[in-house]
Design a protein around this ligand. Structure first.
Ligand code: SF4
Length: 370
């Protein structure tokens, strides 16, 4: 991922967090009230990772979810927490057979008990469990956004193939492509100086034809000079059938005259889809989109966060927003924060880099509050 793609992605995440109006409109039209919105990035399944993920949440459900802590519940923990009974019960009587050995369930029970989200006790040589809270139905919809600032014909072809697979599987409720609006100039090297800002006026229509009609298109006008990123809907997506069986496309002919191979696919069971959606939402709940800073060298003296309307990481030595790969231990220009920066209370709390991490963590925490 280039620096330009990375910053575009962070800008789209911030726009979605502020203004995910498609979600609010949809929920309002169903009479269910506005959704709370959680945004994460680089999440999905083993075979498919989406750039930006918007989880539309039931606000009451989101509040009820918070008692289970900020850490995600993986599939094993979800199995225990969602099926734990109100009264003390032998765990094998309370939980449905997991489809894998019971010893893994016992491990998950111990983990859940250590985290304080399920009660566990021994009755003779039996383990009994009891729920502490009801696990809520907090996820309304999951929206996947693929970010392509430079959507040319060849990128649209590759993306079109990926999106067709997304549509066939229908794991997300909607899929979108976010691309730079026509007339939106290239990202400048400084997060603070975006010289060619102009309001976007859509996307090249010819590119539409290479994308499946079910995919929505966002024309993004990047932020800069104190103006946050904005986006217009250039094409509305279709709602995908998340409750129906999906089709996983494993292989498909290339479409050239020499390729006479047949397409290979398999069905994805609705139960698998339901479970996978919840696991993805749990990961989004834990990580949000600000977790990028966790893998960066925020303890480098050149590391900054800059706000040009959107908040972006910034390297003062290189004078651009570095990617996670660039801003790592192997960066030749890494320079530790000087010891003087760690005086006046810093020795305990760490230097300014740790302070920036805490700031982003606090912002992420606030987003979990509906
Ligand atoms: S010099 Fe390297 S490690 Fe330091 S902030 Fe810049 S990219 Fe990150």
């Amino acid at each position: 991922m280039t620096s330009r793609e990375f910053t575009f992605e962070l800008r789209v995440c911030q726009w979605a967090e502020r203004e995910w109006t498609p979600a609010r409109r949809a929920a309002d039209s169903e009479g269910s009230g506005p959704s709370a919105v959680l945004v994460a990035r680089q999440l999905g399944t083993r075979g498919r990772r989406w750039d930006t993920l918007v989880v539309e949440c039931d606000p009451d459900g989101l509040a009820a979810r918070s008692v289970f802590g900020n850490e995600r519940l993986d599939s094993d923990l979800l199995h225990v927490v969602r099926n734990a009974p109100r009264e003390w019960t032998y765990y094998r009587d309370a939980l449905p057979h997991p489809g894998y050995p019971w010893r893994y369930v016992r491990e998950a029970i111990h983990t859940a008990s250590d985290r304080g989200i399920v009660e566990e006790r021994r009755a003779g040589n039996r383990i009994e469990i009891r729920r502490k809270w009801h696990y809520p139905d907090w996820v309304r919809r999951i929206v996947a956004i693929e970010n392509k600032p430079d959507l040319d014909a060849s990128a649209a072809r590759v993306l079109g193939d990926q999106l067709e697979r997304d549509v066939a599987l229908s794991l997300a409720d909607e899929v979108w492509v976010a691309t730079a609006a026509k007339g939106d100039g290239a990202e400048q090297s400084s997060a603070g100086t975006r010289s060619s800002a102009s309001s976007g006026d859509g996307v090249e229509p010819v590119l539409f034809e290479r994308l499946p009609v079910e995919a929505g298109i966002l024309a993004v006008t990047r932020g800069g000079d104190g103006t946050p990123t904005s986006a217009d809907v250039a094409w509305h997506p279709s709602s995908l059938r998340v409750d129906d069986p999906g089709t996983r496309i494993l292989e498909r002919p290339t479409g050239t005259g020499h390729d006479a191979s047949a397409a290979r696919f398999e069905y994805a069971d609705p139960d698998w889809k339901r479970a996978k959606r919840l696991e993805i939402a749990e990961r989004a709940y834990e990580r949000g989109w600000r977790s990028y800073v966790d893998t960066m060298r925020a303890d480098c003296r050149h590391f900054e966060l800059r706000d040009d309307g959107d908040t972006l990481p910034w390297c003062a030595a290189k004078a651009h927003s570095p990617t996670g790969r660039e801003c790592s231990g192997s960066c030749p220009e890494f320079t530790p924060e000087p010891p003087q920066w760690r005086t006046r209370g810093w020795p305990i709390e760490g230097g300014p880099g740790k302070g920036l991490k805490r700031l982003l963590a606090r912002q992420r925490e606030r987003r979990r509050e509906p």
